[in-house]
Design a protein around this ligand. Structure first.
Ligand code: IPD
Ligand code: CA
Ligand code: CA
Length: 261
């Protein structure tokens, strides 16, 4: 019962952010650079995080909170992990692929996750042990078993010092002729793996707010999430590989330039 109520709170929080995303897309916004010139932040990022934080902590003052823009606050058994606008570069260029991601941890374990595509109004939800859903309908990962028949996605780091490493991983996967997309919003990329639209995804510079909800979505949709070496994924690891499970080992082999057995 408690979890169902938390899920409703997470959905309401995500809807607040969606309203803010849509308002600024219609009205216009200023974008400024954060870490490097291409890493952007807008009023929508900051206002959406403030709205989510005020709403969730207003309802649960004893919960901890981690948001991308304002960082961590509070302590407790429950911790909300929030990316108020995932895909800010897309948002800033009016490329219609961005989302809000809200997850809740209890005692360090993911309890629920919500990813809401602000443009297409697709609401992805998962509760531990309860399956994954898209707009209320059950979703599952794809059945693709041959990596060469897969559709994959990835992301590239903002930090140019990491570009050679990222390009090398990209080259290794591309070299077997598999199609790879770079949609630009990691939370949604993971939700797409959960929904069976993408068979696998990898990225090497992610933060907990990018992935917390998406990881649970994939696990609840029957997929697998690991680090680059196949170990179970932990939220503090920036290196993530997520697949339908069937192509996981083959994708790890490719990333490490190993020939499949
Ligand atoms: C970014 C997006 C992007 C990924 C970056 C993230 P932001 O999040 O998810 O797809 O490649 O690693 O930082 O900055 O738009 O919230
Ligand atoms: Ca993000
Ligand atoms: Ca963000």
């Amino acid at each position: 019962m408690e979890t169902a109520a938390f899920l409703e709170d997470a959905i309401q929080a995500a809807r607040l952010a969606q309203g803010i995303h849509r308002y600024y897309q219609a009205r216009g916004f200023a974008a400024r650079s954060k870490t490097v010139i291409s890493d952007l932040v807008t009023e929508a990022d900051r206002e959406a995080e403030a709205a989510i934080r005020d709403f969730l902590l207003g309802r649960h003052p004893d919960h901890a909170f981690l948001g991308e823009e304002e960082g961590a606050s509070g302590e407790g058994r429950f911790r909300w992990i929030v990316d108020p606008l995932d895909g800010t570069v897309n948002f800033a260029h009016r490329f219609p692929f961005f989302a809000v991601s809200v997850a809740l941890e209890k005692d360090g374990e993911l309890l629920l996750g919500v990813v809401l595509d602000s443009v297409h109004d697709e609401l992805f939800t998962a509760v531990r042990g309860g399956g994954a859903f898209l707009n209320g309908a059950r979703i599952r990962v794809s059945e693709t078993r041959d990596l060469r028949r897969a559709l994959l996605a990835t992301g590239f780091p903002y930090d140019v010092d990491r570009v050679p490493e990222a390009v090398e991983y990209f080259r290794r996967v591309l070299s077997i002729g598999v199609p790879v997309r770079r949609p630009g919003a990691a939370a949604l990329d993971l939700a797409y793996v959960a929904a069976g639209r993408i068979d696998g995804f990898w990225e090497m510079k992610l933060n907990p707010w990018d992935v917390a909800a998406g990881v649970l979505l994939i696990q609840e949709a029957g997929g697998r999430v690991s680090d680059f070496f196949g170990a179970p994924y932990r939220l503090d690891n920036p290196y993530l590989v997520a697949t339908n499970g069937h192509v996981h080992e083959a994708l790890l082999d490719r990333l490490h330039d190993r020939h499949e057995t």
